[in-house]
Design a binder for this molecule. Structure first.
Ligand SMILES: [Mn+2]
Length: 381
């Protein structure tokens, strides 16, 4: 008894506004479906964030449709839940996955919280925000009760757990029932496999590099999906890697070695078949950002799909004596709280602090996501 566990395919995501990146996400999904068919699993589980948006672009919808109908032709059932990207946080909203019901996609939802596939119990719930996680915990208790009649049980969820995301989780590890053989999670884009209760808990990770902070994890653990065998007492989990269409390079170079490093990186890039994405940080020394920007852009803009650069020169300011400044001055969180005290709302000041942090690091995409999420959850209540 083998199944495939994948998640976070984010179809429709147009990273850095580039159509090539949109295609990369679609191609990786296509390849993952091909590879999945080759493995001849008994079924497939998709643990959420099939799409980037709750209203995906047509191309993404067609790619999903094509993949799901190929699985149907091969008689491989596929089960899915909605992730936080697939749904808007409004009551009674319907995820786009519903479009594929007639193509054989089975959606695990509050209405249909579980299915039985070849004597295996597959139960779960769509993404719950931290504001509604109480309901989720109640739901989980009900699902656990029903599952006790079955020998092999799988729980499907799209949530962050405090054990792996201590600041942004929606559910605590202690709130997840421990009786399932396999907990098929989505949401965290890193690959994680852990012992949990009487079985295993796993995140297969995203299938493409969705944020630049996934590059390190990709280098270490690859990207793709899991092939899980639940015949024995403990599930056996095999990592199946899907090759990414292009390299995502992240380089930090010292200003003093700028010339040598640029040559080294350029030599590497010239050997690549596809234009990579290059994230480059120049640090140390007292240099002019605009001059270094010129050099980097001239060298790389033609042979990279996208060049994103960050400059961190040493700050030399003789008038600034760090020892004379009270530590409080640097407590941005306290400063923002003080300024927003008329709102009398901790969530607002927390958002402001987080936005300040992300935007000062140039993470505008993330800041936008956070703002969107904040208002979606606000409207939900
Ligand atoms: Mn995701």
């Amino acid at each position: 008894m083998q199944f495939i566990h994948m998640a976070d395919t984010h179809l429709g995501y147009r990273q850095y506004g580039l159509s090539q990146r949109e295609n990369d996400f679609l191609n990786v999904f296509n390849n993952a479906i091909n590879e999945a068919i080759n493995e001849r699993p008994d079924f497939i589980i998709h643990s959420g964030d099939l799409f980037e948006y709750s209203r995906p672009p047509t191309k993404a919808l067609l790619t999903a449709q094509d993949g799901i109908s190929r699985l149907k032709k091969q008689k491989i059932p596929i089960y899915a839940i909605a992730g936080n990207h697939d749904i808007v946080m409004k009551k009674n909203s319907i995820p786009p996955q519903i479009l594929y019901k007639d193509f054989g996609l089975k959606i695990i939802s509050p209405k249909n919280p579980y299915f039985i596939e070849k004597d295996v119990f597959i139960g779960g719930a769509p993404y719950s925000s931290s504001y509604t996680s109480k309901h989720l915990v109640e739901r989980l208790q009900t699902i656990e009760k029903v599952s006790s009649d079955y020998k092999k049980t799988i729980l499907v969820l799209h949530q962050g757990i405090d054990r792996y995301m201590p600041y942004e989780y929606e559910i605590k590890i202690g709130e997840i029932p421990q009786t399932f053989n396999y907990c098929a999670f989505g949401h965290i884009h890193e690959r994680i496999v852990d012992d949990f209760g009487k079985g295993k808990l796993a995140y297969p990770g995203s299938t493409e590099i969705w944020r630049s902070n996934e590059v390190e994890g990709y280098k270490k653990n690859g990207k793709g999906f899991y092939l899980v065998d639940i015949s024995g007492d403990l599930p056996e989990i095999e990592k199946i890697d899907i090759k990414l269409p292009r390299e995502f390079l992240k380089e930090t170079i010292q200003y003093i070695q700028l010339q040598e490093e640029i040559i080294r990186i350029n030599d590497f890039i010239m050997k690549l078949k596809e234009k990579p994405i290059l994230n480059i940080t120049v640090t140390g020394g007292n240099f002019s950002r605009s001059e270094v920007y010129e050099i980097i852009n001239q060298t790389f803009s033609n042979n990279c799909l996208s060049v994103r650069s960050k400059y961190l020169p040493d700050i030399i300011d003789e008038n600034l004596d760090i020892n004379n400044i009270k530590k409080d001055t640097f407590n941005i969180k306290r400063m923002i709280k003080e300024h927003l005290k008329d709102f009398n709302n901790e969530k607002v000041s927390n958002l402001a602090t987080e936005l300040y942090k992300e935007m000062s690091e140039g993470n505008f995409d993330k800041a936008e996501d956070m703002t969107k999420k904040f208002y979606e959850e606000l409207n939900d209540n």
